[in-house]
Write a protein that binds this ligand. Structure first.
Ligand code: DOR
Ligand code: ZN
Length: 345
């Protein structure tokens, strides 16, 4: 399986996790290739840091017989944007694509105003970038941190509401159209029926666009976050049961293209201080089992857990191995992370 969305930390965040540990746990879940996100500390926003990351990740992945790729992160500096696009073209597929945060999340890499987003995408259009631009779609202007009550993690979905994601997806699709962006727009971890509908519409309109979804958004809803011991706070947040069901159905019917873990470990102390992100690859196994039981064909599952990542990112085709013992593997994986988000049922 390919996991196109992980946060492997290390460096100044070794207390959260090391690359070696993250890869080892991913491998135990049956994942053979990961795409690491750029909101590391320091962030993957310049050539030297990207190269450092690749040497660390590639060395660790090689020991395990795995594949390791990174996203280069975008800032609002247009010279930096151009440099990262050229670095991606030079080092593809090691640098598998570009990542832009449209709102702040862990690492505060948000390019939150529409004007900046338009200038960045406009620069990519101008230089003819044709690779993947992956976005974290939430709209800072519609978020209201004052609505979050730390005693009830379900309120995170009030502070970062569904409309925030929908508005952000609509905005970035419009920007890509209007600037003549020639690359492939990937919407990470969609959590709402509204965002899924927008992606569907853009696809029907001929746009190069895809969407990913996580196990937690497909299987859990904001009510599940009320029990704060589960630590279920992440960006984007868990939504209503009907959004959750829309994400699950979209995985079955093809409106969502691929599964991403969004593995995002934090220390227990950081979680207690409100860090967003949940760790682990067990959710991926749980989702595989649930989709199988819901009647997904093995072909559809291979698309969701690997083949569509290969197509979207234009990697060399390879076999995708789907564990048929997802449940057994789920229990075998060590569980050193501070919160265990999923209970098998
Ligand atoms: O919940 C999240 N955690 N969402 C993100 O966008 C980043 C991630 C992290 O790195 O902790
Ligand atoms: Zn993420």
């Amino acid at each position: 399986m390919i996991d196109p969305h992980v946060h492997l930390r290390d460096w100044k965040q070794k207390d959260k996790e090391t690359v070696a540990h993250g890869l080892r746990v991913a491998k135990a879940a049956g994942i053979t290739r990961v795409f690491d996100m750029p909101n590391t500390n320091p962030p993957l926003t310049d050539r030297a840091t990207v190269l450092d990351r690749l040497s660390l990740g590639s060395a660790e992945a090689r020991k395990l017989g795995m594949g390791y790729h990174v996203y280069a992160g975008l800032t609002g500096d247009l010279a930096q944007v151009e440099a990262m696009a050229r670095l991606r073209d030079e080092l593809f597929p090691l640098v598998v694509g570009l990542k832009m945060f449209l709102a702040h999340s862990t690492g505060n890499m948000g390019l939150v105003d529409e004007e900046t987003q338009r200038r960045v995408v406009g620069k990519l259009a101008e230089i003819g970038y044709r690779g993947v631009l992956a976005v974290h779609a939430e709209c800072e202007a519609l978020n209201d941190p004052s609505l979050f009550d730390p005693a009830d993690l379900s309120t995170h979905s009030l502070a970062r509401p569904a409309a925030s994601e929908v508005m952000s997806v609509a905005g970035i699709v419009k920007i890509c159209r209007e600037t003549g962006f020639k690359g492939h727009l990937h919407i990470c971890h969609v959590s709402t029926a509204g965002a899924i509908a927008l992606v569907k519409e853009a696809k029907a309109d001929g746009m190069r666009i895809s969407a990913g979804a996580t196990a937690h958004h497909a299987l859990l809803c904001s009510d599940d976050a009320r029990d704060s011991s589960r630590g279920l706070k992440m960006n984007p947040p868990l939504r209503t049961a009907s959004d959750r069901d829309a994400v699950f159905s979209a995985l079955l019917d093809g409106a969502v293209d691929l599964v991403e873990s969004d593995h995002a470990p934090h220390t227990r102390a950081d979680k207690e201080k409100g860090a967003s992100g949940i760790p682990g690859f067990q959710g991926t196994l749980l989702l595989l089992d649930r989709l199988r039981r819901a009647g997904a064909s093995e072909e559809r599952l291979a698309d969701l857990f690997g083949k569509n990542a290969i197509r979207t990112f234009a990697l060399l085709d390879e076999d995708v191995f789907l564990p048929d013992d997802a449940k057994a593997r789920f229990f075998e994986i060590d569980d050193e992370y501070p919160c265990k988000p999923f209970l098998w049922s």
